[in-house]
Design a protein around this ligand. Structure first.
Ligand SMILES: [Zn+2]
Length: 266
């Protein structure tokens, strides 16, 4: 099997079974958002006495059978050894049982890819959370949020009449994401443009720069456009505690108008 691009043998990779500590258990739960990543069932029921509804599964088995060793002889493995965080994943009991029985290379690889994706997402989230957002963004978010109760300013809002060219060019291959963003942009573009115009230059630059920084972080984690869109929304939400709707409006504006999804020029 292959670890980090080099061949490693089963004896070196497989270590004695290690039970996860409480802290490690929590990390596994958080990684999957308290849902079994295979079937979506809740894995910790905080309201019940028997709250633990998951098991921490080995992706590459801890003590593989002869058959498993031959089926999985050429696969990629994650982590330093079988007991590393990277080689384990929280699953509900049913999905764990299903995964452990009759292991095939397809089953193994799809579990491996799932774990890779989870590791990538949490790396991106950690990177984004270090991007401190300025007070200016909070103010903007508050103003957009006030639209939800202010019917006067909503009725005064003019939709964009021309096609949003730059969104088309920036999201060429994901039609659903593109129409989603185009819709948000055409409804709110002029309003946001005025809103940003009313800010001083430095405030706008500060907000634009923090979007650019977050975008670059997400890019570094090799997320696709939809994942970048979602991670920027999560970032705005976590920094400003605004609603998802408001965050989507704001992120779409920056896709249309700024560096998000565009080429980052030197
Ligand atoms: Zn499950």
């Amino acid at each position: 099997m292959i670890r980090n691009g080099t061949v490693v043998d089963v004896e070196t990779y497989c270590k004695d079974r290690k039970r996860p500590t409480d802290k490690e258990n929590l990390r596994y739960i958080l990684e999957v958002g308290n849902e079994c990543p295979m079937c979506g069932k809740i894995i910790t029921d905080f309201s019940a006495d028997k709250h633990k509804l998951y098991e921490v599964a080995h992706i590459y088995p801890n003590s593989p059978t002869e058959k498993e060793m031959s089926v999985l002889s050429d696969v990629e493995v994650l982590g330093e050894n079988s007991e590393s965080f990277e080689n384990k994943i929280a699953l509900c009991r049913d999905c764990h049982k299903e995964y452990d029985e009759h292991k095939t290379i397809e089953k193994y690889n799809s579990m491996l890819n799932l774990k890779k994706k989870l590791l990538q997402n949490s790396k991106a989230q950690t990177a984004l959370s270090h991007n401190v957002v300025e007070k200016e963004l909070l103010d903007v978010v508050q103003q957009i949020s006030s639209l939800s109760t202010n019917s006067d300013s909503i009725s005064e809002m003019e939709p964009l009449s021309y096609t949003v060219m730059s969104v088309k060019a920036k999201i060429p291959s994901n039609n659903l994401l593109r129409t989603d963003v185009e819709g948000l942009v055409s409804n709110y573009f002029l309003y946001l443009k005025d809103l940003f115009k009313s800010l001083d230059e430095i405030s706008f630059e500060t907000i634009a720069a923090s979007f650019k920084h977050s975008y670059c972080q997400a890019l570094k984690e090799q997320l696709n456009q939809e994942e970048i869109f979602e991670s920027l929304i999560d970032w705005v939400k976590s920094k400003t505690r605004c609603s998802r709707t408001v965050a989507r409006i704001l992120v779409s504006y920056f896709i249309q108008n700024c560096d998000v999804y565009g080429k980052i020029s030197r």
